[in-house]
Design a binder for this molecule. Structure first.
Ligand code: ATP
Length: 213
């Protein structure tokens, strides 16, 4: 009884811990869910927000699926997860979204926030807008991706954010050789997607005829 009371008191005083998993989610897949779950467990996060990119300025070399459908697919994928939520903050904003601004809009005082990302996204970060502002708002929860080579923290990022390592928590997750690029390619050639995709996501893809071209 005393233990329960102490635990309840501790949970009342502990600062809320929130994760943000940003992505294009075109489509969302099982590695996104595994990454969010791994970060949640490792960092004892109360909730994880899946922030769907509105105008993906780093991927504008290809046709991106309309945001409303990507939001619908993410909603369907995370429906069974009580701790996961979709955020449309980037979709609702006009023009390109920058992670630094998104985090500043989301983070509340008195809470601890993590921006969750794969090592490929971390390697791209030196090219993002104001990485220093990103790590000022949130710590980084980073997972390695299969087939990645080289160090987790690229030298180019250390040049832009000299103390970046002190803001990183590495998250262990089972390596999942899954990418949205590979899934789009599988669908284009009519291959099965049972392993990488939740069936509810595939239903939206088939209903809308996505990724056929
Ligand atoms: P694409 O193939 O279109 O580039 P993607 O599969 O990398 O897409 P995104 O929506 O761009 O998916 O990724 C969102 C986040 O999820 C990024 O931080 C990315 O590093 C991470 N992520 C995606 N797939 C994996 C994976 N297999 N393992 C670990 N992290 C992943």
């Amino acid at each position: 009884m005393g233990g329960v009371t102490a635990a309840a008191a501790a949970s009342r005083t502990e600062r809320p811990r929130v994760g943000v998993l940003g992505g294009t989610f075109d489509p969302p897949h099982r590695a996104h869910l595994a990454l969010a779950a791994a970060a949640r467990e490792a960092l004892r996060l109360d909730r994880v927000l899946f922030v769907v990119a509105g105008d993906p300025w780093r991927k504008s070399d290809r046709q991106v699926t309309p945001a409303a459908l990507r939001v619908e697919m993410v909603r369907a994928a995370i429906a069974p997860l009580a701790w996961a939520e979709v955020s449309t903050v980037e979709v609702d904003r006009e023009g390109p979204s920058y992670t630094a601004e998104t985090l500043e809009a989301l983070v509340r005082p008195g809470e601890d926030w993590w921006f969750i990302l794969g090592a490929d996204a971390l390697a791209d970060m030196p090219a993002w807008r104001e990485p220093r502002r990103i790590v000022a708002s949130a710590r980084l929860a980073v997972a390695r991706r299969p087939r990645a080579v080289g160090p987790l923290v690229p030298a180019a990022l250390r040049e832009v954010v000299p103390d970046v390592e002190s803001r990183i928590d590495e998250v262990e997750m089972p390596p999942l050789d899954i990418s949205a690029t590979d899934i789009r390619e599988r669908i284009r050639r009519g291959a099965a997607t049972d392993a990488p995709l939740p069936p509810v996501v595939r239903e939206v893809i088939d209903r809308e005829g996505l990724y056929r071209e």
